[in-house]
Each structure stands twice: as C-alpha cells, then as structure tokens.
Design a protein around this ligand. Structure first.
Ligand SMILES: CC(C)(COP(=O)(O)OP(=O)(O)OC[C@H]1O[C@@H](n2cnc3c(N)ncnc32)[C@H](O)[C@@H]1OP(=O)(O)O)[C@@H](O)C(=O)NCCC(=O)NCCS
Length: 197
C-alpha cells in the first residue's frame, strides 16, 4: 500500500495508482471468461438499477464492436465502455458516429479520472477512423461528467430500435456528442438507424 502525500493511508480499495493507458479490445478478442468478467464489473457498477440486465448481457443494445478497458495495477477492470461505428441520420443528413454505451467506473475507483481516461483513449482511437462524432444518450445526473470528458449536450427527439422488442422507439433525451472532425453536430431529429448503445 502506498502513502498519500500527506502521509495518511488512502481509503480501502483506492490504494493503487491507475495506469495511464486504456486498451482497445475488439469484440472478437473477448473470450467467454472475458465477457463474464465484464458482466460482473457492470453488475457492480450499475447496481442496483441495471444489475439484472448486466447479469445476462455484457452489452445492452448496440451491438458493440470494441471495448475500451482500463485496468488497475492488480489487473481488475477499473473503467469500461463499449462502442461501434454507424451512419445515423440527423435531420436529412447522414452522420458517421461512434455510438457509446456501458460506460462505468468501478465503485472503488470513482473520482480519480478513470472515466475521463477511457474517453481520451476512445478519442485517440477514433481519430484514425471516419467517425465525425462520439455519441451517447444519458440521464441528467451524468451530463456534467460527459461535459468534462469533451461532450456537448443537446436535447433531441431520437428514434431507435428497442433491443428488447425490436420495435421502433421514439423519445426525447440528452444527446451527448463529442466532435472528432472539427465540425458542429447538425440540427434536427436523430434516427439512430438501429439500437441505442
Ligand atoms: C459516471 C461515472 C462513469 C464517472 O466515472 P469517474 O471515473 O468517477 O469519473 P472521473 O473521475 O473520470 O471524472 C471526470 C470529471 O467528471 C466529474 N464527474 C464525475 N462524475 C460526475 C457526476 N456524477 N456529476 C458531475 N461531475 C462528475 C469529475 O468531478 C471530474 O471532473 P474534473 O474534470 O473537474 O476533475 C461513474 O460515476 C459511474 O460508473 N457511475 C455509474 C454508472 C453510470 O452512471 N454510467 C453512466 C451511464 S450513462
């Protein structure tokens, strides 16, 4: 266990320095045990509201094509997100985005920059793709977190396919977009042309 600068012991579970680099892990590289590890991580991180879903699924909606995973120096998952590239419609315009979901930091690792680190890694990865924006929807409580990670907010009418029923769902939500190509997110209603992430 390391000491804090003041010499007092850090709280239990927060005594390890987080690595600076997060790994991009393609879906094809995830083994059954790797998926089970992600499910366990998400069950704990999303408790109690979404634990039931993540006890069954390592990603909800999407589907994801890769994960960004940050591990602590014991090898445990400290933070995670999943993403995939898709062309959506905004107003009349086709827009290439990386949709993001299953964003979480382990409860014992929160407030240490792990969430920001996985989005920095995502942005670096996406710079080599044709995605013009990273995109996600979120509840009001986490809008400030995403703002600190480089996302802008607008309230939009969003059309998507419900992953449970396969039916079209239209709702109004906080749409968070991180620009990757130096252009502003276009105005208009959003059709995700598939499931939410
Ligand atoms: C939201 C969550 C991912 C944040 O992760 P984290 O690793 O604690 O975030 P970070 O330490 O990287 O925070 C980055 C910045 O956002 C701020 N921030 C983090 N969570 C915040 C919150 N809920 N409200 C306001 N600001 C927040 C931090 O203070 C920090 O600000 P700074 O730039 O001034 O230092 C984490 O709380 C979590 O896993 N929550 C449960 C799952 C969840 O709600 N996921 C989002 C689903 S849409």
């Amino acid at each position: 266990m390391t000491s804090s600068p003041s010499g007092s012991a850090p709280p239990p579970g927060r005594d390890t320095a987080l690595p600076l680099a997060a790994a991009i892990v393609p879906e094809a590289a995830l083994s059954p045990s790797g998926r089970a590890e992600i499910r366990g991580f998400l069950v704990a991180a999303y408790a109690p509201r979404f634990s039931a879903i993540f006890s069954l699924y390592d990603f909800w909606g999407g589907p994801a094509e890769a994960r960004v995973i940050l591990r602590d120096d014991r090898g445990a998952i400290a933070a995670h997100l999943g993403f995939s590239l898709r062309t959506i419609a905004v107003g009349e315009a086709p827009v290439r985005v990386a949709g993001v979901g299953a964003v979480a930091t382990a409860p014992t690792q929160r407030g240490r920059g792990a969430g920001r680190a996985i989005f920095a890694a995502l942005a670096r990865h996406l710079a080599a793709t044709d995605a013009a924006f990273a995109l996600l929807e979120c509840r009001d409580a986490v809008v400030p977190f995403y703002a600190r990670c480089g996302f802008g907010r607008s309230v939009r009418t969003v059309t998507a396919v419900d992953p449970e029923t396969g039916l079209t769902d239209v709702s109004t939500s906080n749409l968070m977009t991180m620009p990757l190509a130096g252009v502003p997110f276009p105005p208009g209603d959003v059709d995700l042309r598939g499931m939410r992430w």
